[in-house]
Design a protein around this ligand. Structure first.
Ligand code: 13P
Length: 251
């Protein structure tokens, strides 16, 4: 069974256009693109165009970090599908825990965004994950199940062919506290079994599930070696070409 392997960098609120260009030029020289690994970077909106130009003709894809479900209108601060199509992006991160935590993102808005991203022909990278308190209260599976059911509500098996899930335990994001490969594998297995129940065995087998949370060149290989971990969504270590290339090359 072969699933796609994806290493995506979430730059969050980092890197202007010049920095994005420099990063991609450097990455092209350092990462081994001959392996069967898809590589993407997700810059802030203002650096998307520069990143896309720098990445043109290379194996590096460019994604956005958010997208609104309406085509246009009075939604201050939001970006629509047709705006992202101008770049164009290939993927869009939806429901990152920072958006849930600081910007009022709910399972319902995640669901609306995911549907709009699919309709636009981009690939949603839908994020789920529990907080430290939720894990300590033994609610990890309950929370992740609720986020998945809510976010994927109304999607078809066909839709699921273009969707990527990222499991990012909130306590592991930016903290240096990576989930152990065993902890991550257990949750990826849980997510895959849930996909099988919600959709089908074929969907569960095909959907790439990325791990996110303090992934570094030094821990990437053991995480990626787990059967249900199909890549990584990388924050901090995606900001330095050396580190990001190290993660790609560790796959
Ligand atoms: P870090 O890799 O900095 O922990 O961030 C992970 C993340 O949030 C990726 O979306």
């Amino acid at each position: 069974m072969s699933r796609r392997m994806i290493i995506a960098g979430n730059w969050k609120m980092n890197k202007n256009s010049a920095e994005a260009r420099d990063f991609i030029a450097e990455l092209k020289g350092k990462a081994d693109f001959s392996k069967n690994v898809e590589v993407a970077v997700c810059p802030p909106f203002t650096s998307l165009q520069a990143a896309a130009s720098a990445a043109a003709g290379s194996a590096v894809k460019v994604g956005a970090q958010n997208m609104h479900w309406e085509e246009s209108g009075a939604y201050t601060g939001e970006i629509s599908a047709s705006m992202l199509a101008e770049i164009p992006v290939s993927s869009v991160i939806i429901g990152h825990s920072e958006r849930r935590q600081y910007f009022g993102e709910t399972d319902d808005t995640v669901n609306q965004r995911v549907k709009a991203v699919l309709k636009a022909g981009f690939e949603p990278i839908m994020c789920v994950g529990e907080t430290k308190e939720q894990r300590e209260a033994d609610k990890t599976e309950e929370i992740v199940e609720r986020q998945l059911k809510g976010g994927l509500q109304g999607l078809t098996e066909e839709d699921m062919k273009s969707l990527v899930i990222a499991y990012e335990p909130v306590w592991a994001i930016g903290t240096g506290l990576t989930a152990t490969p065993e902890q991550a594998q257990a949750m990826h297995d849980f997510i895959r079994k849930l996909l099988s129940k919600l959709f089908s065995e074929a969907v569960a087998e095909a959907v790439p599930i990325l791990y996110g949370g303090s992934v570094k060149p030094g821990n990437a290989a053991e995480l990626m070696a787990k059967p249900d971990i199909d890549g990584a969504l990388v924050g901090g270590a995606s900001l330095k070409a050396d580190d990001f290339a190290g993660i790609i090359n560790a796959c």
